[in-house]
Write a protein that binds this ligand. Structure first.
Ligand SMILES: C[S@@+](CC[C@H](N)C(=O)[O-])C[C@H]1O[C@@H](n2cnc3c(N)ncnc32)[C@H](O)[C@@H]1O
Length: 231
């Protein structure tokens, strides 16, 4: 059994977020689409999304993260919960070059801000660079090389990080993007204060909603698959 009393600062830094919860909810809503699949998670962090995929009956589990804390923490969690998984340290698609998966999931760092540590997290947790797309673009550009026939991806996508641009990129690779769900997430003041000012100005009143000191934003769960294959 996983003993929370043994939780280290690394485990605390990798604690799941509202985004993680939303991704898990979307996976749990359609267990038959997870059962039996070869699953890959890019940016597996705590390993909890892989654990959910395992609990839902994925045939194999593969995770990638850039941070060695994530590798150690994820491996420990999956082992404790009795799931077999390969977890690789590396950058984005590099550890799975030449391999394809039925289901690719990701909750990438894609908050538009420079590389800062926020709320006890590592700087690689949230920051997507000035436009938020530093990780998102290479993910979308590499996806078609890693999807099996009839494969799909399920990812979190902040509404203020230009969903239209993601659609355009995917279109070039014969993939299409469908917004499966939109949720409201709370954005801590500490984080909103670091947001790229031009994006904050453009999105306030659109996808960013401020009520006094409290700020919320729209976040999508998007599904990506070969164009024309969505049932
Ligand atoms: C927002 S967290 C999501 C973690 C986990 N999937 C979850 O939902 O709790 C983003 C994760 O991406 C990882 N990451 C950042 N840059 C990466 C890169 N270039 N390649 C692979 N993983 C990366 C971070 O270390 C972090 O664990």
């Amino acid at each position: 059994m996983f003993d929370v009393r043994k939780s280290s600062p690394a485990v605390a830094a990798l604690r799941p977020s509202e985004y993680t919860a939303a991704l898990i909810q979307a996976l749990r809503a359609e267990p038959s689409r997870v059962s039996g699949v070869r699953a890959l998670e890019i940016g597996c962090g705590s390993g909890v999304v892989l654990a959910v995929l395992g609990a839902l009956g994925a045939a194999s589990l593969c995770g990638i993260d850039i941070e060695d804390e994530a590798i150690v923490t994820g491996q420990a969690l999956l082992q404790d919960l009795g799931h077999k998984a390969e977890i690789h340290q590396g950058d984005m698609w590099q550890p799975v070059a030449g391999r394809r998966f039925d289901l690719v999931v990701a909750n990438l760092p894609h908050f538009p801000m420079d590389h800062f540590e926020v709320a006890g997290r590592l700087s690689t947790w949230s920051s997507g660079g000035i436009d938020g797309r530093e990780l998102l673009d290479p993910f979308l550009e590499g996806l078609s090389d890693h999807l099996a026939i009839n494969g799909r991806a399920l990812i979190t996508h902040n509404a203020f990080v230009d969903v239209g641009r993601s659609r355009q990129i995917l279109h070039r690779y014969g993939l299409s993007l469908h917004i499966a769900k939109t949720l409201l997430v709370h954005i801590a003041n500490e984080k909103i204060n670091l947001m790229t000012p031009s994006i904050l100005r453009a999105e306030e009143g659109c996808s960013i909603h401020r009520y006094g000191p409290h700020v919320f934003a729209d976040m999508h769960i998007v599904e990506i698959a070969a164009a024309g294959t969505r049932s």
